[in-house]
Design a protein. Structure first.
Length: 525
C-alpha cells in the first residue's frame, strides 16, 4: 500500500531525475552525450529480455509508403483491435460510406502466435526543424513496434513476421474497393482522342446465389472459376499464361451482364469494361491491355456489334466494293467508316486475347458476350481462346425458383406446379420473369406476383404456339411448292419425251421438216 510518505518520496525522486536529465541535456557536450546514451541503451538491452522491431510507415530513399506497414495495419485492424481501447477511424478512398478502424497512436495490443505472446504498439514521432518534407500532408512519422521475449527470437523473426505480412496482404485484397473501369477518350490536349481507363467503385450486388440458372450449371461455373483463381502453380507447370476466356451467349435479358457481375464478386476481381469501338487501333488496344491490373475481368460486351470481325461480313463488304457500290456512293462510304470507327482488326483482337502481352500482369479473365454466337468468326471463339462457352438461355423452373426467392422471399407456393407446367411450353427470359415478380406497390403479396407471371407465361405460350403453327404452315407450303415443282418438271419431262417420240415417228421438228421440205420442195425455209 502506498502511503502519503511514499508518494512524496517517489515524487521527489522523479523531480530529481528530471533535473539531472535537464542538466545532462544542457551541459554535457553532444559527442559525450551520444556515448552515454549508447552505453545506457546497451546496458538496458542487456538487462531487458525483450526485443523490439520497428516497422515505419515510410521507408527507402524516396520515402515510399511501406508495404509491410500497410500489411501490419490490416492485420492488426482485423485481428487485434478487439483488445484496443482507443481506435482511429479513417474514411476509405472512393467510398463515402466505409470507415476503417485502426489502433490510435500510442495504443498497445497483444497477439498470440503458436502460444507465444507478442505486443504491438502504434507510435509516432514528429521530427523537429524539418524545413523540407517528402511526407504527404503530415510530418508525423508513424510506426508500429513489435515487442517479444528474446527466447522466441527465431519463431517471431522467421515465422510470425512472415505470417503477419501474408495475412495482412490477403486482408487487403479482400477488403479492397473493387473498381469498374471503362475506356474513354482523353480530355488532355496532348493525347487527345487516346482512350484511357477511368474508374468508379464497383458495387454490383449480383452473386451466384441470386443468379437464376440451372443449379448444376451454376455450380460447374463456380468450380471452374475457383479452380482458375487457385491455379497459379498449375498454369506455371503447364507453361500457359494465367488467364481464361469465357464466351457468354444467349438472347437479351438472359443475364449475361448479371453473370459477369456475379463472377467479379465471387472472385473479388476488378472489371474492365472494354468499349472496342472507342479504341483507335491495335496499338491502342495493346496499351489498354498492359494498363489493366491482375485479378481482373476484361469484358467486351456484344462482341458481334463491336467491330466488323466476322469473316462473312468482311466478304460481303468486299463483294459490294467490287461491285463498285460504295465507290459511287460517298454518303454510304462515310456512314460505313463512321460505323467502323476503329481500326482494331480481328488479328489485333486475337493478339489481345492470347498474344505475348496478354501474359503480363497476373491472372485475368476475358469475357465476350453476344446475342448471336453464329455471327462470330470461329477463330475468335475457338477453345483455348474462349475456353468455356456458356449459354445463357430462357428461364427454366429451377431458375424461376431462385428469382421467386430473390423477389418474393418464398421457397414454395401452391401456384408453383402451374408455373412449372407453363415453363415447359413458354419461352421467357429471366429478365421478363423478374419484371413480373417484382412487387408493383407496397404491401403487394407474393401471390399477385405469381399470378402476373402466370398471365405472362400464358401469353408467351400462345405466342410460341402461334409461331410454331406459322413455322409448320410455312414448312408445309414449302414442301408443297417443292412437290409441285417436281411434279411440274415430271410433266414437262413427260411432254418432252412425247414430242421426242413424235419427232421420231413424224419427223416433225423444224429442222426435220425443213430437211424434208428441202428434199421435197427443193427450198430451204
Ligand atoms: N439469370 C438471371 N438471374 C437473375 N436476374 C436476371 C437474370 N437474367 C436477367 N436478370 C435480370 O434482368 C436484368 C437484365 O439482365 P442482363 O442485363 O444481365 O441481361 P443480358 O443478357 O446481359 O442482356 P443484354 O444482352 O441485353 O445485355 C438484370 O438486371 C437482372 O435483374
Amino acid at each position: 500500500m502506498f502511503t502519503g510518505e511514499m508518494f512524496t518520496r517517489f515524487g521527489s525522486a522523479i523531480g530529481g531525475l528530471a533535473v539531472i536529465w535537464a542538466m545532462f541535456q544542457q551541459y554535457i557536450p553532444p559527442q559525450l552525450r551520444e556515448h552515454v546514451e549508447r552505453y545506457t541503451h546497451k546496458l538496458v538491452s542487456f538487462v531487458n529480455p525483450y526485443i523490439q522491431i520497428v516497422f515505419p510507415e515510410f521507408s527507402g530513399e524516396k520515402l515510399k509508403s511501406s508495404e509491410a506497414y500497410t500489411a501490419i495495419q490490416n492485420y492488426l485492424t482485423t485481428n487485434a483491435t478487439a483488445g484496443a481501447k482507443r481506435l482511429r477511424a479513417d474514411s476509405v478512398k472512393d467510398s463515402s460510406q466505409s470507415l476503417i478502424l485502426s489502433m490510435d497512436d500510442h495504443e498497445e495490443v497483444t497477439d498470440v502466435f503458436n502460444g507465444v505472446k507478442v505486443w504491438w504498439s502504434s507510435n509516432k514521432t514528429t521530427p523537429k526543424n524539418m524545413s523540407f518534407s517528402f511526407y504527404p500532408k503530415t510530418e508525423d512519422r508513424r510506426f508500429y513496434r513489435l515487442t517479444f521475449h528474446r527466447r522466441h527470437r527465431e519463431l517471431i523473426t522467421q515465422s510470425y513476421v512472415k505470417h503477419i505480412l501474408t495475412e495482412g496482404k490477403a486482408i487487403a485484397v479482400k477488403n479492397r474497393q473493387r473498381k469498374l473501369y471503362t475506356n474513354n477518350a482523353s480530355d488532355n490536349w496532348y493525347d487527345y482522342k487516346q482512350t484511357k481507363w477511368s474508374h468508379v467503385v464497383f458495387e454490383h450486388p449480383a452473386t451466384f446465389e441470386t443468379l437464376a440458372m440451372e443449379p448444376s450449371k451454376r455450380q460447374e461455373i463456380m468450380n471452374d472459376l475457383k479452380k482458375f483463381s487457385k491455379g497459379k502453380e498449375y498454369y506455371t507447370k503447364i507453361g500457359k499464361a494465367w488467364k481464361r476466356g469465357y464466351l457468354l451467349y444467349g438472347p437479351p435479358g438472359t443475364g449475361k451482364s448479371t453473370m459477369i457481375a456475379a463472377m467479379a464478386n465471387f472472385l473479388n476481381y476488378d472489371v474492365y469494361d472494354l468499349e472496342l469501338t472507342a479504341v483507335k487501333d491495335n496499338t491502342e488496344l495493346r496499351k489498354l491491355l498492359i494498363e489493366t491490373s491482375g485479378k481482373s475481368i476484361i469484358v467486351i460486351e456484344d462482341i458481334d456489334c463491336s467491330l466488323d470481325l466476322t469473316g462473312q461480313r468482311k466478304k460481303k463488304d468486299k463483294d459490294e466494293e467490287n461491285k463498285g457500290g460504295d465507290k459511287d456512293n460517298p454518303a454510304k462510304k462515310i456512314e460505313k467508316e463512321e460505323k467502323k470507327g476503329s481500326k482494331v482488326t480481328l488479328s489485333g483482337l486475337l493478339n489481345f486475347i492470347d498474344g505475348i502481352w496478354s501474359a503480363c500482369g497476373g491472372e485475368r479473365i476475358i469475357i465476350f458476350t453476344t446475342n448471336y454466337v453464329d455471327k462470330l468468326d470461329p477463330a475468335l471463339i475457338r477453345r483455348g481462346r474462349m475456353d468455356k462457352h456458356i449459354e445463357m438461355s430462357y428461364c427454366c423452373f429451377e431458375a424461376f425458383k431462385v428469382l421467386a426467392r430473390n423477389y418474393l422471399d418464398i421457397e414454395d407456393h401452391g401456384l408453383f406446379p402451374t408455373i412449372s407446367e407453363l415453363f415447359d411450353e413458354a419461352k421467357v427470359t429471366p429478365a421478363d420473369v423478374a419484371e413480373n415478380l417484382m412487387p408493383k406497390s407496397d404491401g403487394e403479396d407474393a401471390e399477385t406476383g405469381l399470378r402476373n407471371l402466370i398471365e405472362a407465361l400464358k401469353v408467351a405460350k400462345e405466342l410460341e404456339a402461334r409461331k410454331k403453327a406459322e413455322e409448320e404452315a410455312r414448312a408445309k407450303a414449302g414442301k408443297e411448292e417443292q412437290e409441285k415443282k417436281e411434279n411440274g418438271e415430271e410433266e414437262i419431262e413427260k411432254d418432252s419425251g412425247k414430242s421426242d417420240k413424235e419427232v421420231k415417228e413424224n419427223g416433225v421438228i423444224n429442222g426435220g421438216m425443213a430437211a424434208k421440205d428441202v428434199k421435197e420442195n427443193g427450198f430451204a425455209a
